[in-house]
Design a protein around this ligand. Structure first.
Ligand code: SAH
Length: 346
């Protein structure tokens, strides 16, 4: 059986190395290299016989390959297109903030959530990414930019809670001191509202930041842009959020993409403020307003600057902390799953 060992825990590596008849210090060396995101070729203090034994028994390291790198001349944002060993394409984006470099990673090749305004879901889901393919984006990006990445947002292609087990393995792996050593508090996970996943995540007790893509607080209105709402109503989603906050003490943030004539009216802002306060009493609420990025295959239009400002002010006036997300890398179309779509078509 072929097994990718890149993100394995030390005890599992030790068991493999021992089973192949090698001494335990080789396990330590191998584990050290794996946590640096090295390929077998780069593990230069390991004997060839050892690497061959691993390979012959189906153990491998499979890092995504960078196919394209776009750098914004405006703000230094870097957008990377990677190919995977089976020909799939994925993307990530590195954003340069004062508090350090933040990477937005993909967790699936495609997506099956079907949000109507989103480019990642246009061709459905091809497959889940392995933990190595998720963490591999960070190793490769760090090498490419020559700088450390200190923050992660799971807001790239895919729905993290639809690839639950691999995402949890990835989170444990990035947190390792021997490896990327990125603290859970520096990681945000964004979901379109997979309620059973939120309930499972709560039990993991990881101090990451959970972010909910809400986009409409009215169940019927939300159904028309986010099909996941047919499975779980907004009431069920926000109840799960309240429960999550109670159990973990971790504040949840909300994303709200503003779409003209769909979810950007003042009464909708008022309903949003009222609903969030009602469902999440005692939780400091932050709403991240995102101006819609145009996706040529979709007919939705972004809200006007005037409406965005009015929506934000109304929320603030009702005691909800709301900010408008600055658009990074506008010259390289840094958001969306567009690079992947173009690469796939070629
Ligand atoms: N599946 C996860 C994470 C990926 S998307 C989720 O749904 O949260 C990251 C964010 O970008 C989500 O809030 C998503 O709704 C939003 N988004 C998707 N397409 C967009 C577009 N065209 N314009 C603006 N935001 C978009």
């Amino acid at each position: 059986m072929a097994t990718d060992i890149l993100t394995m825990a030390y005890d599992d590596i030790l068991a493999i190395v021992t089973s192949l008849g090698f001494p335990s210090f080789r396990a330590k060396q191998l584990y050290h290299w794996l946590n640096k995101g090295a390929s077998f070729d780069e593990m230069n203090n390991l004997p060839k016989t050892f690497k061959e034994a691993l390979a012959e028994n189906g153990y491998f390291v499979d890092l995504p390959k960078i196919e394209k790198k776009l750098v914004s001349q405006i703000d230094g944002t870097v957008k990377l297109l990677y190919s995977l060993s089976d020909g799939q394409y994925i993307e990530s984006v590195v954003m340069k903030y004062e508090h350090g470099n933040t990477i937005c990673v993909s967790c699936q090749a495609g997506c099956r959530m079907g949000c109507k305004f989103c480019a990642s879901t246009l061709r459905g889901l091809s497959r889940n990414l392995t933990p190595s393919e998720i963490i591999g984006q960070i190793f490769m990006a760090q090498r490419s930019i020559g700088e450390r990445i200190s923050n992660i947002v799971m807001m790239g292609i895919g729905e993290p809670l639809d690839n639950y087990d691999n995402v949890i393995k990835f989170l444990h792996a990035v947190n390792r001191e021997e490896g990327l050593n990125i603290g859970y508090r520096h990681i945000s996970l964004s979901t379109c509202g997979v309620v059973d996943g939120i309930k499972k995540l709560e039990k993991e007790m990881l101090p990451i930041t959970l972010s909910i893509s809400l986009h409409n607080i009215d169940t019927e209105g939300r159904k028309s842009i986010m099909p996941i709402t047919n499975k779980w109503s907004v009431e069920e989603l926000l109840s799960a959020c309240a429960e999550y906050f109670k159990a973990t003490g971790r504040r949840i943030s909300f994303e709200y993409t503003l779409i003209a004539d769909e979810n950007d009216s003042i009464p909708q802002a008022e309903e949003l403020a009222r609903g969030l306060k009602r469902f999440l009493p005692g939780m400091p609420i932050h709403v991240n307003l995102i101006p819609l990025n145009d996706v040529s295959e979709r007919s939705y239009k972004k809200s006007t600057a005037k409406n965005i400002e009015a929506f934000k002010n109304r929320l603030n006036g009702l005691g909800i902390n709301a900010t408008v997300r600055r658009r990074l890398g506008p010259d390289i179309n840094a958001s969306c799953g567009q690079l992947r779509l173009n690469a796939q078509e070629q």
